[in-house]
Design a protein around this ligand. Structure first.
Ligand code: GTP
Ligand code: MN
Ligand code: MN
Ligand code: MN
Ligand code: MN
Ligand code: MN
Length: 212
């Protein structure tokens, strides 16, 4: 019960902080550029060092610019829907066809304001796959994705465990993320119950300490 309330209030805070808009409101902005990114994840029974449960495989990528982000990209709404555009970007960036539908939409928000002339709206999706599908994606991201070694330097998994020496999720969260990808990750972890609010709170606290 306590954990549930905690998760809800954390999600509410995240929503307030990130300037969100509904999918319909976002699509109404015809002068905006739109980009879609997706958190692909699965359950796993595998263990690190044969005793630390990995629990979930969550895919992010090291981008060409050195920032971490999710696979996906800019969508051209005059030629494709948001979800068609995201599926096309996935083919380019991970070399695999992953059908994305409206049900996979999580949230949309304005990108952090920049000097660019038209506003950018960032759409976030999430899709749960079978572990075998995630392993296939990790292979195709290297072997068949046309963007491998160009736009994408490599896929990375998000560690969910917390080590006593400060390694694990807290040190992962200390990396540099593109735009609001770090917030999207934290939101996704909570929303889909991939980590408890308490564990996330601990990891976020440790990552702030390490960052000093
Ligand atoms: P090109 O094919 O070179 O145009 O790149 P792309 O279409 O793959 O676009 P990209 O993935 O770089 O995303 C477009 C915009 O979204 C950029 O301005 C990024 O700053 C932003 N962006 C990229 N990845 C993420 C992400 O994971 N989360 C968020 N919120 N924004 C992102
Ligand atoms: Mn080793
Ligand atoms: Mn791309
Ligand atoms: Mn991209
Ligand atoms: Mn693109
Ligand atoms: Mn491209």
């Amino acid at each position: 019960m306590y954990g549930l309330i905690c998760t809800h209030s954390l999600l509410h805070l995240l929503k307030m902080a990130s300037g969100q808009l509904s999918r319909a409101e976002a699509l109404a902005c015809t002068g905006c550029r739109h980009a879609c990114h997706v958190m692909l994840y699965s359950d796993t029974k595998s263990q690190l060092f044969r005793h630390i449960p990995i629990r979930h495989i969550i895919l992010m990528q090291m981008r060409f610019d050195g920032w971490l982000g999710f696979p996906g990209g800019l969508v051209n709404l005059s030629e494709e829907s948001l979800e068609e555009g995201l599926s096309r970007e996935l083919l380019e960036e991970i070399g695999a066809a992953v059908p994305i539908s409206v049900e996979n939409h999580v949230e949309s928000c304005y990108g952090p304001s920049s000097s660019s002339s038209s506003d950018l709206i960032l759409h976030f999706y999430a899709k749960k796959l079978e572990e075998e599908q995630i392993l296939d994606i990790e292979r195709s991201a290297v072997s068949t994705a046309v963007d491998h070694g160009h736009e994408v330097l490599g896929m990375v998994r998000v560690p969910l465990y917390q080590m006593k020496d400060g390694g694990g999720l807290s040190s992962f969260l200390c990396h540099s993320f593109i735009k609001n990808a770090r917030l999207q990750l934290v939101d996704g972890l909570l929303r889909f119950g991939l980590i408890s609010a308490e564990e996330l709170h601990t990891a976020l606290g440790l990552s702030v300490e390490t960052h000093k």
